[in-house]
Design a binder for this molecule. Structure first.
Ligand code: AMP
Ligand code: ZN
Length: 112
C-alpha cells in the first residue's frame, strides 16, 4: 500500500469506485472517464508503480490479470475488446499503480 496512491485507496475501500470484481490479489472497476461504452481497469492490490517496475516475482500476477481480462469482458457482454497498459509519462500513464485498461462495445474500435 502506497499512502497517496488512488488505486491503493480504491483497493482498500478508502475511496469508492464502481468495483465489480475482487479476489485476494486483483480488483476490477469501471473507469471514471470511459473512452468506450464499456471501459474497466484491472488492478492488482499490490502497489507496483508500472509495468516497467515488474520483474520475475510478478509473472504469475501479470498472467492472472491477463487471463482475467477476457473473462470479465465476457461477463460485461463484450464480444471483443482492447487491452492497454500505459507505462511511464511518455507512455501516457497518469496513475502510477499498474493497471490494464479493457474497453470495447459499440462500434468496432479504430485500427492502431
Ligand atoms: P493511465 O493514463 O493509464 O494511468 O490511466 C488512468 C485511468 O484511471 C484513467 O483512464 C482515469 O480515467 C482512471 N481513473 C482515475 N481515477 C479514477 C477513479 N477514482 N476511479 C476510476 N477510474 C479512475
Ligand atoms: Zn497503489
Amino acid at each position: 500500500m502506497s499512502a497517496d496512491c488512488i488505486f491503493c485507496k480504491i483497493a482498500s475501500d478508502d475511496i469508492p469506485a464502481k468495483k465489480f470484481y475482487e479476489d485476494e490479489e486483483v480488483i476490477a472497476f469501471h473507469d471514471i472517464r470511459p473512452i468506450a461504452p464499456v471501459h474497466f481497469l484491472l488492478v492488482p492490490k499490490l502497489h507496483i508503480g508500472s509495468l516497467a517496475e515488474c520483474d520475475q516475482a510478478h509473472q504469475d500476477l501479470l498472467g492472472k490479470m491477463l487471463l482475467l481480462a477476457p473473462k470479465l469482458a465476457a461477463q460485461l457482454g463484450l464480444k471483443g475488446f482492447r487491452t492497454m497498459i500505459n507505462t511511464g509519462r511518455e507512455g501516457g500513464q497518469e496513475v502510477f499503480h499498474i493497471h490494464i485498461h479493457v474497453f470495447g462495445g459499440g462500434e468496432t474500435l479504430p485500427k492502431i
